[in-house]
Design a protein around this ligand. Structure first.
Ligand SMILES: NC(=O)c1ccc[n+]([C@@H]2O[C@H](COP(=O)([O-])OP(=O)(O)OC[C@H]3O[C@@H](n4cnc5c(N)ncnc54)[C@H](O)[C@@H]3O)[C@@H](O)[C@H]2O)c1
Length: 451
């Protein structure tokens, strides 16, 4: 990605911030793209709130960046080393909160992008949580169970001095599920010498994890999508839905699509995609993935399913829920969705739709739910888990689900109202999410003074 003059914000103060961001870290393209999107959205907010102008430069610079070595010994006795990250982006609203990602593609650019995104996402939930993100450049799929536990322990040993229930509360993300969080928390607890379950969320239920945390992101994405469709006078009943990925977010989004009367006609994993017009059998897919199988292995077990190397978003569908990873829907996939008459796209994953693709969707009038809002259900339930742990309580899944639905509905209203107020279009949820998130964080930062 190159940045020419056309990228520059018109507002002089925002332009200066943008130039600083480019100058400081010229190669962080994911981060730049996200910052650029936010700067584009907040111009009209600053016209109404000029007092927030001097917050923007601070908002674009993380409060703290921690990069560390993760040494571990593999099953063959060989010493291996990976790089770990924790970006504590913004704590104006509360303790830093955001997941840990284990994937080969993890670097400082990706973690800064995700951390920046998290600041706005967390603000949109209406809860008192700041934004952060972390992870390591490791492929957990290549590690044995023993290796992965030792890796998590080594990672936690370094992370321990930077986190805590009132400081920074990590959770899972790609490649990090409740099992890994349990191991990381186990090592943390051993190091600090007392119980502090609120220092991590997404823990196994037996360690104080929320009954609904595994489901929360996928369910929340579908709740948000249902509100978007209702605005169009539509619903998921009878809709054909493509859900990319087949991990945590994707599988629970599929469950909720099916429970809402929709049909999941396609999905994917990092090795390919599968189409099944009659509807994917989500339980069977979960079973195959649980045994480290691929979507192609799933297709072999079903006569109506067809595996391919291509994108699932070229399939005919009414609704698209990208729930795997960043940059899954580029211009080609966006055009295919337009050609097939797709109604709405909501981001279960972080950054799955490229800026160019978003433009194509917008021009075609297709509803777009940005990840900042659409996938905020996971972190929202993490905040509920923190609350539960602080009160030494256990809440029933049904009760958490009820609260999650209310949070997603409120987030939708907040985003829709900001879209209308600052961008004159209630369906422009991308600008609305940035504007609404900014308003809350900027108010908190201003109240705290220059710190
Ligand atoms: N887990 C959460 O609570 C949560 C919350 C908010 C956002 N997210 C975002 O949702 C996305 C998925 O996270 P997850 O927790 O489900 O992770 P996961 O590791 O459980 O699943 C990721 C899925 O994506 C697939 N995948 C990876 N790279 C791919 C590629 N290049 N093409 C196609 N498929 C690919 C994997 O095969 C897997 O099925 C990520 O962007 C994550 O940041 C997760």
């Amino acid at each position: 990605m190159t940045h020419d003059g056309s990228d520059e914000p018109e507002d002089a103060a925002l332009r200066e911030v943008w130039r600083d961001v480019l100058r400081r870290d010229p190669h962080q393209e994911f981060f730049h793209a996200d910052v650029r999107g936010v700067l584009r959205s907040i111009g009209p907010v600053l016209l109404e709130h000029p007092e927030y102008a001097d917050v923007v430069g601070r908002l674009c610079e993380p409060e703290r960046v921690i990069v560390f070595r993760v040494p571990w010994v593999d099953d063959g006795g060989r010493v291996r080393v990976n790089r770990g990250f924790r970006v504590q982006f913004n704590s104006a609203l509360g303790p830093y909160k955001g997941g840990l990602r284990f994937a080969p593609s993890v670097d400082l650019d990706v973690i800064k992008f995700l951390g920046f995104e998290q600041v706005f996402k967390n603000a949109l939930t209406g809860q008192d949580i700041g934004g952060g993100k972390g992870g390591a450049d490791v492929d957990p799929k290549e590690l044995s169970t023993g290796e992965l536990m030792r890796f998590c322990q080594s990672f936690a040993t370094e992370l321990a001095s930077h986190v805590g229930a009132a400081v920074d509360v990590p959770a899972g993300d790609m490649g990090v599920g409740s099992r890994e969080i349990g191991w990381i928390y186990g090592q943390y607890q051993r190091l600090i010498g007392y119980h502090e379950p609120g220092a991590f969320t997404g823990k196994p239920a037996v360690l104080g994890g929320s009954a609904l945390r595994p489901e929360a992101t996928g369910f929340g994405t579908v709740y948000f999508t249902r509100r978007m469709l209702a605005e169009q006078g539509r619903d998921l009943d009878g809709a054909r839905v493509v859900v990319s990925g087949s991990g945590n977010v994707a599988l629970f989004a599929m469950d909720k699509v099916v429970a809402s009367g929709g049909t999941v006609v396609g999905c994917s994993d990092s090795r390919g995609s599968v189409s099944e017009p009659e509807g994917i059998d989500v339980d069977l897919l979960r079973e195959v993935k649980g045994q480290r199988g691929s979507v192609a292995d799933y297709a072999e077990k079903r006569s109506g399913a067809e595996a391919s190397d291509g994108s699932p978003f070229t399939l005919e569908c009414d609704v698209a829920l990208p729930c795997a990873t960043q940059n899954e829907i580029g211009p080609d996939e966006a055009r295919a969705l337009v050609d097939h008459g797709c109604w709405a796209v909501a981001e279960g994953a972080n950054g799955p739709v490229t800026p160019k693709a978003r433009e194509i969707l917008r021009e075609a009038g297709i509803g777009f739910g940005p990840g900042k809002a659409a996938n905020s259900g996971g972190v929202a339930v993490s905040a509920l888990e923190m609350q539960q742990n602080a009160g030494r309580e256990r809440w029933r899944g049904e009760d958490v689900d009820e609260r999650l639905q209310a949070i997603m509905s409120d987030a939708y209203d907040r985003v829709r109202d900001a879209a209308e107020r600052y961008h004159g279009d209630p369906t422009d949820l991308e600008n609305g999410a940035n504007a609404a998130g900014f308003l809350r964080v900027a108010e908190a930062m201003t109240s705290l003074g220059v710190v």
